[in-house]
Design a protein around this ligand. Structure first.
Ligand SMILES: [Cu+2]
Length: 183
């Protein structure tokens, strides 16, 4: 009888362990994936920890549908103004400016990358710096898919390897020429 109880409690323990481990694996998946129709937004990060009045949101947008779409706007609590920006060369200087037509096209079957030194969602009139690790709710507006709620993980931009950005940047632009206050 005692042996039977022992086996049962052992099985219960195994079950608890299995459940606990399952939950942990889920939490370890840092990449948030949100879908609206067949649009998928992943790897949403926020560069908003600096004590400046601006910030930026980066992400991957995949259009798995047969219809072209475009990101046309976003709202972020704590940001007075939100614009869609791109980085471009103005002579020898890299500057950022609002994207043409105020939209970032995401063609059918394509993935568009918003990243540091490239396309980004710009937070202007930032109320206060966001702590690294904090989640920032972002509402994205798409031309066809409508609105989509995503969460951006606040990252420490100083810890981000610049090497990766330099490799990825078009034409091997010298990223060090960028003023540090710009995302
Ligand atoms: Cu910008």
């Amino acid at each position: 009888m005692k042996k039977k109880i022992f086996i049962i409690s052992w099985l219960a323990l195994l079950l608890i362990l299995a459940v606990a481990c399952g939950g942990q694996t889920e939490e370890e998946t840092m990449t948030e994936s949100t879908e609206a129709g067949t649009l998928q937004v992943t790897d949403v990060t926020a560069n908003m920890s600096l004590p400046t009045t601006t910030g930026a949101i980066y992400m991957l947008i995949s259009n798995n549908s047969d219809t072209d779409d475009a990101l046309i706007g976003a709202t972020i609590p704590g940001c007075g103004v939100v614009e869609l920006h791109e980085m471009a060369m103005d002579g020898d200087v890299m500057v950022m400016r609002p994207v043409e037509g105020g939209r970032i096209p995401v063609s059918a079957g394509e993935t568009v990358t918003l990243k540091r030194g490239g396309l980004h969602v710009m937070c202007i009139e930032k109320a206060e710096p966001i702590e690294v690790g904090q989640m920032v709710p972002v509402t994205l507006q798409f031309e066809n898919a409508g609105t989509m709620e995503v969460e951006a993980m606040t990252i420490d931009i100083s810890e981000e390897g610049m090497g990766m950005d330099m490799e990825d940047s078009e034409g091997g632009m010298d990223m060090e020429e960028m003023p540090t206050s710009q995302p």
